[in-house]
Design a protein around this ligand. Structure first.
Ligand code: FES
Length: 166
């Protein structure tokens, strides 16, 4: 077993884990953070998307021990039912979900994607004068292509992200 210390949603937590434990299983099974979903468990669906040091990753594809000392944000760290994060509020306003299973991953990916664009990554990304990204719906769809929705709520998901990114 290995002690792994993470700063998760602003809280420093240490957990003893088998070295083979994925970050996804560490969050869900050892840290009680079940907002991050397990879909395919092999990097195909995006349901497990979280932010590590501000960058989106598939938590099922990485081992928790590799992230000792990292800062992790999960959907539980975005907002509360009474005080939604703007991206969460936009998903509600635009019906950006149907069954909802992919929604935490979609929202985390969207938040990470908007942050990446605002930082000018990748380099062809454009940013408006106020520093917020300017993204066409086609660009949003492309940048969100790692997040699948089996209900096919894609038009509303893109509309929500477009609204939140403005
Ligand atoms: Fe990680 Fe599907 S559960 S990509």
């Amino acid at each position: 077993m290995h002690d792994v210390t993470l700063t998760i949603n602003g809280e420093r937590r240490t957990v003893a884990l088998d070295a083979r434990t994925t970050l996804l299983d560490a969050l869900r099974d050892h840290l009680g953070l079940t907002g991050t979903k397990k879909g395919c468990d092999h990097g195909q669906c995006g349901a497990c998307t979280i932010l590590v040091d501000g960058r989106r990753i598939n938590a099922c594809l990485t081992l928790a021990v590799m992230h000792d000392g990292d800062t992790v944000t999960t959907v539980e760290g975005l907002g509360t039912p009474d005080d939604l994060h703007p991206m969460q509020a936009a998903f509600v306003a635009h019906d950006g979900f149907q069954c909802g299973y992919c929604t935490p991953g979609q929202i985390m990916s969207a938040v990470g994607m908007v942050g990446e664009v605002a930082k000018g990554w990748p380099s062809h990304a454009s940013a408006s004068l106020n520093g917020k990204p300017e993204l066409t719906e086609a660009e949003i769809a492309e940048r969100m292509s790692g997040n699948l929705c089996r209900c096919s709520a894609y038009p509303n998901i893109v509309a929500a992200i477009s609204a939140a990114a403005k």
